[in-house]
Design a protein around this ligand. Structure first.
Ligand SMILES: *[C@@H]1O[C@H](CO)[C@@H](O)[C@H](O)[C@H]1NC(C)=O
Ligand SMILES: *[C@@H]1O[C@H](CO)[C@@H](O)[C@H](O)[C@H]1NC(C)=O
Ligand SMILES: *[C@@H]1O[C@H](CO)[C@@H](O)[C@H](O)[C@H]1NC(C)=O
Ligand SMILES: *[C@@H]1O[C@H](CO)[C@@H](O)[C@H](O)[C@H]1NC(C)=O
Ligand SMILES: *[C@@H]1O[C@H](CO)[C@@H](O)[C@H](O)[C@H]1NC(C)=O
Length: 665
């Protein structure tokens, strides 16, 4: 028998012992219930995660606290390593998450040298950059408004000196730094008081270059990457950003999302205007909209690049998380091949003459300079007409939902039968992570949101997330702590084999009476999985799910009472059945975590058996079973006496939830 999860057992409140706040408020209970049901049935039921879990981790092994609040952090982790570095205020924290041992933390103090700061806050050294460099790490920080770098080897920091462009003057600036071999690119301004217009620069390696001040309007940089193409001279830098929409029409969105391209081999131009500027800049709009429902998602939040397993750069998948003005989100997937094609073939917006030769944006071999005419055309018409659209025949988002997603990483994995899945980990503005599985080929692709994880001891915004495919962990940090979350989190699925398979989690399966990770069981013992949510799950040793244990309660006639059934699966419809009639039904998207049946005035006919049943596709199981007994004799009265106090407090506890549910709608 599977007992109900602790803390979720139902309890009732006999009328006599409970004051009736509802009666006092003058709103009839039935009306409230009706409103409640109507309100609860709205929303976007199955786009949300099926199961929600607070993840405790192994004591001592998976969470470490900074010991104080770190409002600005930067996280560095190298896949396969057990170390995680976090840069904070005048400090670098080094965490060790070695397997089978308790996690440990060391700190290296890197205080500001001397600076030109004004107040106390300002005089700190906010670490904003951590990057692998040889044996150690390159560490850069604001250093009291005198951006500087250090090398960190064996827990000892050595000052390298002032480094403009590697760290901003204050911690919350819009900064992006990209390393590629000996080259460094940055969006950080070099001068504190002039040069306020953000630029994308090459600050180390070949000749220093920057973008013209007219090619972007108030950009917010999101991500930059180098793409090695078939010919070295064709290597590109792509960067993703948002900018103000030049279209000031009140109907038009305030922001537009973009991808820009630059040739890595760009040497700048020959004329005085073009000499230290990028000569190969072009930008294109990234579209993420669903034409059928007329939903547009214009604000790019994050980008993750998933390389092709066969090393074809054109097939690199570019996952973009977007939001709309209501903070709903969509994920759109692009390919680098499509982005490259748009830049190679599109005409330029607002330019109606013949394009010069070589065309703007073309990379030239042998470090040839771009002719001035080509530069001038590109510089005055930096946007291409064609827009970058999502892959797939319909060019629509992979999915959209009412959650406000902020960051994304994607893991390509193989289930026990060898089938490939892309698993998305999305952070929400509530400090949780959603695990969303994308399966199948594009045309028949299925997207299924399987789990919401609360990764911290203390709920807080997720500041950074790093995926380690080798160790199969996610590393996340808030302002308080760092957590190591396993990708194969299988212990959160309850209800035996059926609960395990219905989770549709490609990392988990049923083996020897347990829901286990596919990585934990030997190859000779394949685990049972049933990942496709479009098909009924099958193969459990016992084809019928177990029945819920019977729970009994004795009640006086005319009592007021309620039964509560925890809605573990947010994709299922929960119903309270009594005799042959359904007394209460809670659809997916229900606001409360429980499906509650209120009995206002217990009559003769209402005694008996109550079943809470969950229906999800073709899967039906019994979640709760209660028997309401007639209260008679002394035997039950002392039991009930004890239950009453608790019951009363629970009854009062449910009201705020109910009211809240009504208010938010
Ligand atoms: C690991 O941490 C847990 C919880 O903090 C603690 O109970 C346990 O003693 C620790 N083990 C070792 C080996 O330090
Ligand atoms: C760091 O420590 C390792 C091993 O303890 C040692 O081999 C190496 O020389 C040290 N490096 C520096 C720069 O001190
Ligand atoms: C986008 O629009 C908001 C107003 O909603 C504005 O504050 C912001 O500066 C705009 N630009 C970017 C790049 O986000
Ligand atoms: C959307 O989210 C942003 C930041 O998370 C917040 O400032 C803003 O108020 C939200 N907008 C709406 C309409 O909820
Ligand atoms: C419950 O029903 C009985 C009989 O129908 C009635 O006398 C009583 O007033 C009712 N109690 C409440 C609280 O409505």
């Amino acid at each position: 028998m599977t007992p109900p999860p602790p803390g979720c057992a139902s309890l009732g409140a006999p009328r006599a012992s409970v004051p009736s706040p509802l009666a006092r408020s003058g709103l009839p209970l039935r009306l409230l219930l009706l409103l409640w049901t109507v309100a609860a049935s709205q929303g976007h039921p199955r786009n949300g995660p099926r199961i929600s879990a607070v993840w405790k981790g192994h004591a001592g092994q998976d969470h470490v606290d900074f010991g104080l609040a770190e409002p600005h952090t930067v996280l560095f982790h190298e896949p396969g390593s057990s170390s995680v570095w976090v840069g904070g205020r005048s400090k670098v924290y080094v965490f060790d998450f070695s397997k089978g041992r308790n996690a440990s933390m060391r700190t290296v103090n890197i205080v500001s040298t001397k600076g030109s700061c004004r107040d106390k806050q300002d005089c700190k050294n906010y670490i904003t950059l951590l990057e692998k460099q040889g044996e150690g790490l390159l560490v850069c920080g604001t250093n009291a408004r005198r951006p500087s770098c250090w090398t960190l080897v064996n827990d000892t920091a050595e000052l390298l000196g002032e480094r403009r462009g590697y760290a901003p003057f204050s911690p919350d600036e819009n900064s992006l730094v990209l390393f590629d071999g000996s080259e460094v690119y940055s969006t950080i301004r070099k001068q504190e008081y002039n040069g306020k217009i953000p630029r994308f620069r090459r600050i180390k390696g070949e000749i220093e270059l920057y973008t013209s001040d007219t090619v972007m309007q108030n950009p917010q940089f999101i991500k930059a990457t180098i793409v090695h193409q078939d010919q070295a001279y064709d290597d590109k830098i792509y960067y993703f950003f948002r900018e103000d929409n030049p279209d000031k029409n009140p109907e038009a969105p305030l922001n537009v999302s973009r991808v820009a391209q630059l040739c890595r081999g760009d040497q700048g131009g020959e004329s005085s205007l073009s000499v230290s500027k990028w000569n190969t800049f072009l930008k294109a709009m990234l579209v993420c909209s669903d034409a059928t429902s007329n939903k547009n998602f214009n604000r790019l939040q994050d980008v993750f690049l998933l390389p092709d397993p066969n090393g074809q750069w054109r097939d690199t998948r570019v996952y973009g998380v977007f939001s709309n003005p209501w903070n709903y989100s969509a994920v759109c997937v692009y390919s680098l091949g499509d982005i490259d094609k748009v830049f190679r073939t599109s005409s330029l917006k607002g330019y109606h003459s013949d394009l010069p030769n070589p065309r703007p944006g073309k990379c030239l071999p042998d470090r040839q300079p771009i002719p001035t005419e080509t530069f001038q055309v590109a510089d005055s018409h930096p946007e291409v007409v064609q827009r970058v659209e999502p892959t797939g025949p319909l060019k629509t988002p992979l999915f959209h939902s009412k959650y406000h997603y902020q960051k994304v990483v994607v893991h390509r994995m193989h289930a026990s039968n060898g089938e490939t899945f892309h698993v998305l980990y999305l952070t929400t503005d509530k400090g949780t992570i959603h695990k969303v599985v994308e399966s199948g080929e594009r045309e028949h692709s299925l997207v299924f949101s399987i789990l919401e994880i609360q990764p911290f001891h203390r709920p807080a915004t997720i500041q950074a997330m790093s995926l380690d495919s080798d160790r199969r962990k996610l590393y996340v940090n808030s302002q308080w702590e760092v957590s190591q979350v396993p990708l194969d989190l299988c212990e959160v699925y309850s209800r035996g084999c059926h609960g395990c398979l219905m989770a549709r989690d490609p990392y988990c399966g049923w083996n020897q009476d347990r829901c286990v990770s596919i990585y934990s069981s030997p190859k000779s013992e394949p685990v049972l999985q049933s990942i496709n949510p479009a098909e009924p799950h099958k193969g459990c040793p016992n084809p019928k799910p177990e029945q819920a244990p019977l729970q009994k309660v004795s009640l006086a006639q005319n009592s007021r009472y309620y039964l509560s059934c925890p809605m573990e699966s947010r994709h299922a419809t929960y119903s309270w059945r009594h005799e042959n009639s359904v007394e209460q039904s809670c659809e997916p998207g229900h606001q409360s975590p429980n499906c509650i049946l209120f009995i206002e005035n217990l009559t003769d006919l209402q005694y008996g058996h109550y079943y809470c049943e969950a229906q999800e596709g073709s899967y039906l199981h019994e979640a709760q079973h209660w028997q309401l007994l007639r209260e008679d004799g002394a035997m039950t009265s002392h039991l009930l006496g004890r239950a009453r106090a608790l019951a009363a407090s629970l009854w009062l506890g449910v009201l705020p939830t109910l009211t809240l549910g009504l208010l938010v709608h």
